[in-house]
Design a protein around this ligand. Structure first.
Ligand code: ADP
Ligand code: MG
Length: 580
């Protein structure tokens, strides 16, 4: 009794579709990972809602995901028995772009018109990857708490419009049917689909099933007769004896629940890639089980490349650290589980002792969670330390990607300040050019006799820092100076007042180390130059506080200096730029 309603995509969706289909082409097979990941999310959501409403699970049986191909119809079908969507949800979730992350993505990519494929999955544009291989996509979905009459059929060719139609769906969950483009027939091969599942989705914690050994390529269509993508096709399975048999093709166990010794590096890496929507390997990971009054498991990864969000300085959508309670996915809880300066960490925390019905509000003031959070921070810092000791090349790359983020920890996490400071690397007058290769321990280890401070200079760029006239006196005395030129350094240094018991001092502030003879020489010079100083002071008037003879300079005739309490020029400039 209903006619399909035709609607237009939001302008931004059309833009995303265009970008995704063009830029993902070289990684087109990830459509399967993205759709299976959505199916898995939908199963997670249903399991979570069923904690409060167990009867939601009635009907379609256990939670699982079925993947099949129909050679004749040239379709690939992904079906899940998860939460499903109402009509409004379909419109909201796949007809428009709700996430601000996606908007930022568009802003960043808009100018270049070519998105980096590895970024796509992180932006909630996963579903649209279907259009990389399909020229028509049909979604049939029914929310778990809605009656059979409230099914929804959504269909689009991905070119600006979609249709919506009410349909009768006997079972809850979502079926996505991809009508393959010409030339994409490889995805009709069960073998191809199967190996993609193994590659990208092995550790999805729900069974992923495929029709059992479809005998011969063409007979495959028979075996799939019941799954041509139309609604409720799976009843065939129980209703008739000739129904296709399904077999589970993934591991379907939650990786983090297995003993470490049984898990290979490749399994850890594959799990990371699925979790982080990343194409790159993780740099390192740490997997731990804590038993005791409070038991929990953590599996935490350091990425090797900065995720897009981090590069954009985005803070509002922190994804990729998932909280499970007794293996039930509860929510993305990066903010609850780790401080901001460790926001690059990806992983899973599975707690045994939290109540299943926790809300975000409860989590924010939960003592048990605080303890877990403390353990996560410790694990991550241990992991970074280990990387710095054992794998210098990887550690270098890690710092390049995340060093400046880590510096925020100096300000944010006073309790771990010294530990974090130890991990940082700086360029220095004794390092190799611009490279950030000197640790504070290196510095302290080669301090001059009698030197009582760690000296640094700050500037807008490395060349300005390295060329600062303030350094002359230090060079003459062979005293090392750290060259700070990252935007965040000034802010960080405001909180890093000392390291290993040595004060950190800006070269333009504080007294130079001098012996008695030097002090005498300086006093004599000041006496001789008194008339000149008076004259300069008169000329500069209000603009300076004082004019003094200095031991700081060797080649330059003069420089600007600051008193102890004054802002560094670089910071003053930053604040001025910010309108302060
Ligand atoms: P993301 O998964 O990052 O949110 P996607 O583009 O992959 O972004 O999916 C967009 C939204 O569409 C999902 O957040 C979800 O609300 C909805 N969705 C997609 N696939 C399914 C599905 N199989 N079952 C239920 N909802 C789905
Ligand atoms: Mg998704």
């Amino acid at each position: 009794t209903t006619t399909p309603e035709t609607r237009k995509f939001e302008a931004e969706v059309a833009q995303v579709l265009h970008l995704v289909t063009h830029s993902l082409y070289s990684h087109k097979e990830i459509f399967l990972r993205e759709l299976v990941s959505n199916a898995s999310d939908a199963c997670d959501k249903l399991r979570f809602e069923a904690i409060a409403q167990p009867d939601l699970l009635a009907g379609a049986g256990e939670l699982h995901i079925d993947v099949s191909a129909d050679r004749e119809a040239r379709t690939v079908t992904i079906r899940d028995t998860g939460i499903g969507m109402s009509r409004d949800e379909v419109v909201e979730n796949i007809g428009s772009i709700a996430s601000s992350g996606t908007r930022r993505f568009l802003e960043a990519m808009g100018s270049e018109q070519k998105a980096d494929a590895r970024l796509i999955g992180q932006f909630g544009v996963g579903f649209y990857s279907a259009f990389v291989v399909a020229d028509r996509v049909t979604v049939l979905t029914r929310r778990a708490d809605a009656p059979a009459g409230e099914g929804v059929k959504w269909e689009s060719d991905g070119r600006g419009e979609y249709t919506l139609e009410a349909v009768e769906l006997p079972e809850r969950g979502t079926t996505v049917v991809l009508h393959l483009k010409d030339g994409e027939d490889e995805f009709l091969e069960p073998w191809t689909l199967r190996s993609l599942i193994t590659k990208y989705s092995d550790h999805v914690a729900f069974p992923i099933r495929m029709p059992k050994d479809a005998p011969g390529a063409n007979a495959g269509a028979d075996a799939n007769a019941g799954t041509d993508g139309e609604a409720g096709a799976q009843e065939a399975e129980t209703a008739t004896a000739a129904a296709p048999a399904w077999e589970t093709v993934n591991d379907a166990s939650a990786l983090w629940t297995r003993p470490k010794a049984e898990i290979g590096d490749e399994e850890y890496q594959n799990f990371y890639k699925a979790l982080g929507h990343d194409f790159n390997d993780a740099a390192a990971w740490t997997h731990n089980r804590v038993e005791g009054s409070q038991s929990f498991t953590t599996l935490l990864y350091l990425p090797s490349q900065p995720p897009f969000d981090l590069m954009m300085g985005g803070r509002d959508e922190r994804k990729g650290l998932k909280l499970y309670i007794k293996r039930v996915f509860i929510m993305d809880a990066a903010e609850e589980l780790l401080p901001n300066y460790l926001r690059f960490v990806r992983g899973v925390v599975d707690a045994d002792d939290l109540p299943l019905n926790v809300s975000r509000e409860i989590l924010q003031h939960n003592r048990q969670l605080e303890r877990i959070r403390g353990a996560c921070v410790k694990r991550v810092l241990d992991l970074i330390e280990k990387l710095s000791r054992d794998e210098p090349a990887k550690f270098d790359a890690f710092l390049k990607a995340f060093g400046n983020t880590l510096k925020e920890g100096i300000v944010e996490d006073a309790g771990n300040r010294e530990r974090i400071a130890k991990l940082l690397r700086f360029s220095s007058t004794k390092g190799a050019g611009e490279a950030r290769d000197v640790s504070l321990d290196d510095y302290v280890g080669r301090m001059q006799e009698g030197q009582d401070a760690i000296w640094y200079v700050t500037a807008d760029g490395h060349r300005a820092a390295a060329g600062s006239p303030q350094l002359e006196a230090f060079k003459a005395r062979d005293i090392e100076v750290l060259l700070m030129s990252d935007r965040i350094d000034e802010w960080m240094l405001g909180h890093l007042r000392e390291y290993a018991g040595k004060p950190m001092k800006h070269v333009a502030k504080g007294e130079l180390p001098m012996d008695e003879a030097e002090k005498q020489k300086l006093a004599d010079a000041a006496g001789a130059a008194a008339p000149l100083l008076e004259r300069i002071k008169r000329l500069l008037g209000e603009r300076v506080e004082d004019v003094r003879v200095s031991a700081r300079l060797t080649d330059s005739p003069s420089c600007l200096a600051m008193s102890e309490w004054e802002m560094a020029p670089h910071l003053a400039r930053l604040l001025r730029d910010a309108g302060q």
